[in-house]
Design a protein around this ligand. Structure first.
Ligand code: ADP
Length: 345
């Protein structure tokens, strides 16, 4: 009876559309199904009963089985195909072995890339008519004082503000695509970081005033000239300050401070806003992620993903501390001398 059941299980495993390989506790290969043979380009007769460390090093089966794919699935490229490997230890406290599940995700990957290319193309095409609209709005603003009825001034200003916002959202979507495709370019030039930060603070102060919040800044002296992509780093701080203003209710406080810490410049953007719950914090830099508290606030969920990529492309790092209902603090470390800086855990 037991034998019959085992035979049936093995026959069923032959038919599933997912590769399965089983190693015993000593790393000996005791089972491989038909799909795994196809994905790994092996014949079972040549590998069954062998230990992984006895398999030739460069073969797909060795590469796949020597991956530690227990905590998170791992992707391995085999002859142009992307194979996702997930492994599950069997036997609980007294380990019996490990089951590897293999899936060919090349097709999903290709579809995802095509979808992203399409979105990027569409988004890019939206930019031309928007630029035309912005041009005419600017022309109207120029004519406003003499030729336009004052009751219409507010409308034109609002149109201009919304168009600028839309352009920045389009740029975020395009940059998220560029980032994924490895096309986001960082052009570092010697830059006066203090005046860059002061410029961001001036804009932040204006934004906070419109929003009805307090804004404080303390930018330290003695910051040397840094090699930065000025436009992109400005965008990082504009995003962090913009978020701090956006997610802080009226009469809250936003502060920006900078200090020199060893070989790094540390910039911190704090707020007394809605904060982020502990369970959502680990996902905060993920593409399109918006915390539950962000419902009702405008945004794309791309700003932090792009900011992190920009800071890391400068050899720096970014982190967040936050407490739901109390506020958040985003910290950015940038190297003073083109080395890498990271936060000590
Ligand atoms: P967006 O602001 O467009 O939603 P971001 O990538 O800049 O996208 O931020 C992602 C999410 O992180 C936000 O939707 C929000 O949930 C959370 N977040 C970012 N900054 C703050 C902040 N200062 N306070 C509270 N939540 C924040």
């Amino acid at each position: 009876m037991q034998e019959e059941r085992e035979n049936l299980a093995a026959r069923l495993l032959e038919e599933v559309d997912c590769g399965a390989v089983y190693l015993d506790a000593g790393g000996k290969l005791l089972f491989i199904n038909r799909r795994a043979e196809e994905l790994l380009h092996v014949e079972r007769a040549k590998v069954l009963g062998k230990r992984v460390d006895m398999l030739p090093l460069r073969t797909p089966i060795y590469r796949v089985l020597s991956e530690n794919a227990q905590d998170e699935p791992v992707e391995v490229s085999i002859d142009g195909s992307v194979i996702q490997v997930r492994s599950v230890p069997l036997g609980g406290d007294s380990p019996e072995g490990e089951l590897f599940q293999l899936r060919d995700i090349s097709h999903d990957r290709k579809e995802k890339r095509q979808r992203e290319e399409f979105v990027a193309m569409m988004t890019h095409d939206l930019k031309s008519p928007l630029t035309v609209i912005m041009g005419y709005v600017q022309a109207l603003m120029g004519e406003m004082p003499s030729k336009m009825d004052p009751s219409l001034h507010l409308f034109v200003k609002e149109m201009d503000k919304s168009a600028v916002k839309m352009l920045s959202m389009i740029d975020d979507v395009l940059d998220a695509y560029r980032l994924e495709a490895g096309l986001l370019q960082i052009d570092r030039q010697p830059c006066d970081a203090r005046s860059l930060l002061e410029g961001c603070c001036r804009d932040g102060e204006r934004e906070a005033a419109v929003h009805g919040s307090y804004f404080l800044s303390e930018i330290c002296d003695g910051i040397p000239t840094l090699d930065l992509d000025e436009k992109q780093i400005t965008r990082v701080f504009a995003n962090l300050i913009g978020n701090a203003v956006k997610f802080t209710p009226r009469r809250g406080t936003i502060s920006v401070t900078s200090t020199i810490e060893g070989e790094c410049l540390l910039v911190q953007v704090r707020d007394t806003g809605i904060g982020i719950s502990e369970s959502e914090l680990p996902r905060i830099f993920n593409k399109y992620f918006r915390a539950s508290g962000a419902q009702g606030f405008k945004g794309t969920g791309l700003g932090l993903t792009i900011s992190k990529a920009i800071v890391e492309a400068h050899g720096g790092s970014i982190r967040v501390e936050s407490s739901a209902g109390k506020g958040s603090c985003f910290s950015v470390l940038l190297p003073l001398h083109n080395e890498r800086c990271s936060f000590t855990p």
